[in-house]
Design a protein. Structure first.
Length: 137
């Protein structure tokens, strides 16, 4: 009887260990980072995030832990929905955002168009205020 109790307790610990050590399958391989050093010893990191389906969600780079270069976010079907450029950790150039317009009819969602927001930055400061365009599908 003592051996059965010991086996029972051991089994419970093994099951708890397995449960707590398993990763959420949706988070597995969700993010990746590639680091390289340039000849002048500047650390450059490229970050990629993925949807659970494996489709690229976001990509951006950092130099010495500051955003630098193009930062893009994609929809699950691969369309660019956000794009901004960084220079030395500050927004520089155009920022682009796409916001889908959805029409609901009898609990069915239908994308009918998109709003495109554009803002121009220089060294982190807005130099052209947001311009909004509308695209109808």
């Amino acid at each position: 009887m003592k051996n059965i109790n010991n086996i029972y307790i051991l089994s419970i610990f093994i099951i708890l260990f397995i449960i707590t050590s398993c990763n959420n399958p949706q988070e597995k391989n969700n993010n990746s980072k590639a680091t390289y050093r340039s000849s002048n010893k500047i650390a450059v990191d490229t970050f990629r995030r993925y949807y659970p389906s494996g489709t690229l969600k976001e990509i951006y780079t950092e130099k010495n832990n500051k955003p630098d270069g193009l930062h893009r976010i994609y929809s699950e079907n691969g369309d660019i929905i956000y794009e901004v450029n960084y220079k030395n950790g500050k927004k520089h150039g155009y920022k682009f955002e796409k916001i889908e317009m959805i029409y609901y009819n009898k609990n069915k969602a239908q994308v009918i168009g998109a709003l495109i927001k554009k803002t121009k930055y220089s060294n982190g400061n807005v130099i052209i205020k947001t311009k909004i365009d509308t695209i109808m599908y």
